[in-house]
Design a protein around this ligand. Structure first.
Ligand code: NAP
Ligand code: HSE
Length: 426
């Protein structure tokens, strides 16, 4: 009961600072909760002279070698972000026999296989719960609690910034730019929001969840990503008229002919549980053959929500160390399933277009869909003041390449003045 496990944090930013403070807050109970005290012996940063409220300056260092060469440090907690030097440091830590906890989705989504192999070879834990959906437990449930299932679908809202933006557009009628400015003002969006608004951040999380859930490696480069920059308040109004709301969804499906992995803005029925997930909250919806449906909901980012997941991983690793059973659950990707290209995926589509308001136009448009094998499920027409009509069509599920054929023909017709938006429908 008097053991102490020494750890090092790499990074003392939003998440690193949160982890430090949360471990301090739990300090008095750690021996009982974990079976050992956890001592933060070093915190690696770029700038050691910057004041860091709440962090003992004695532990700050900018010398990675002093950490990796210290045999007393048993766990390295990587919270720097990005690919390099995080990848090199994690590799060196594992090669030195140190266990690793990371929140780095970019790294796991692109170089996960290599790092898991190294962890297994060195008999170390490599834990990454915080890499997907912050505080929400999802990696451990997928790897452990749901291990008896054949999972066929994992989908959800896994980016808080874009969910906040879409919520403001839906509830307050804001346009995208205004909602993004509000997200930036509140600290949800980063100075460079590209990874969030273009869907890359969600795509990395989809790659990780699909790999873990379907036991087959899916890389970020396999995920089709589309962001929310072209969504307008008008699209949201039409979606509402058709009983739907627009969300940025990450969708991974395990189908008999391969894995589908993608991120799109999508219309979902207002009755779907994900439609009520608002502001910066995240939620992940999982379907399995034994489980049926389950939904995980909570805060996907921020200092303490993310620290919650990281500290959970640190404690789990400490318990494994104390029992001499690190590397108990390594890489679970034992299959090699194909990942479907976008053109081979079936989707339903919402198409909003401006057409001439005259006899025969509706017949012309519907015949294009009919001739290209695209079945129409719903249609709404609004007359506008400039002699044209705004037409919204929702299709049944169709192979994306057939839908693209229909769109190409529509674009070439003089009666179709503009294809304003094309959004997938769940
Ligand atoms: P952050 O606030 O930018 O902090 C990064 C920290 O890493 C800083 O303390 C920085 O040092 C240090 N650092 C960066 N490069 C370094 C280098 N080459 N050598 C030494 N120190 C270095 O980042 P964050 O938001 O905490 O995110 C950390 C990780 O958690 C990322 O992988 C991110 O994707 C993930 N994550 C974040 C959240 C969130 O809500 N923020 C949620 C889930 C996952 P200085 O302070 O000296 O600059
Ligand atoms: N930028 C991410 C989000 C942070 O908005 O959800 C957590 O990964």
């Amino acid at each position: 009961m008097n053991q102490t496990i020494q750890i090092a944090l790499l990074g003392a930013g939003t998440v690193g600072g949160g982890v430090y403070k949360l471990l301090e807050k739990r300090r008095s109970e750690l021996p009982q909760r974990v079976g050992a005290d956890i001592q933060i012996s070093a915190v690696l940063v770029r700038n050691v002279s910057r004041p860091r409220p709440g962090i003992d300056p004695v532990v700050l260092t900018d010398d990675w070698q002093s950490i990796v060469r210290n045999p007393d440090i048993k766990i390295v907690v990587e919270l720097m972000g990005g690919i390099e030097p995080a990848r090199t440091y994690i590799r060196e830590a594992l090669q030195a026999g140190k266990n690793v906890v990371t929140a780095n989705k970019d790294l796991i989504a692109e170089h996960g296989a290599e790092l898991f192999d190294l962890a297994e070879a060195n008999h170390c834990d490599l834990q990454f719960e915080a890499a997907v959906a912050g505080a929400i437990p999802i990696i451990r449930p997928l790897k452990q609690c749901l291990a008896g299932n054949e999972l066929t679908e994992i989908m959800g809202i896994v980016n808080g910034t874009t969910n906040y933006i879409l919520t403001r557009m839906t509830q307050d009628g804001m346009e995208f730019d205004e909602a993004l400015a509000k997200a930036t003002e509140l600290g949800y969006a980063e100075a460079d929001p590209t990874a969030d608004i273009e869907g890359y951040d969600a795509g990395r999380k989809v790659a990780i969840m699909a790999s873990v859930g379907f036991h087959s490696r899916v890389r970020f480069s396999d995920v089709v990503c589309e962001g929310i920059t072209s969504i307008t308040a008008t699209d949201i109004r039409f979606a509402r008229e058709m009983g739907c709301t627009i969300k940025l969804l990450g969708v991974a499906r395990n189908t008999p002919d391969g894995i589908e992995a993608r991120v799109h803005p999508m219309l979902i029925p207002q009755s779907h549980p994900l439609a009520t997930v608002n502001d910066a909250f995240n939620a992940v919806f999982v379907h399995g053959d034994a489980l049926d449906d389950a939904m995980f909901y909570g805060r996907g980012a921020g200092e303490f929500p993310t620290a919650s997941a990281v500290v959970g991983d640190i404690i789990d690793t400490c318990r494994n160390l104390l029992m001499g059973c690190t590397a108990r659950i390594g890489c679970t990707c034992f299959k090699e399933l194909p990942v479907k290209p976008a053109a081979e995926i079936d989707s339903k589509f919402f198409v909003r277009m401006k057409v001439d308001h005259r006899l025969g136009v509706l017949a012309g448009v519907t015949s294009v869909f009919g001739n290209t094998g695209v079945s129409i499920a719903q249609m709404v027409q609004h007359q506008t003041t400039d002699g044209c009509a705004e037409l919204v069509v929702i299709t049944d599920a169709v192979r994306e390449k057939h839908f693209d054929d229909a769109l190409t023909i529509l674009c070439s017709m003089s009666m179709v003045r503009e294809i304003c938006s094309v959004i997938r429908v769940y």
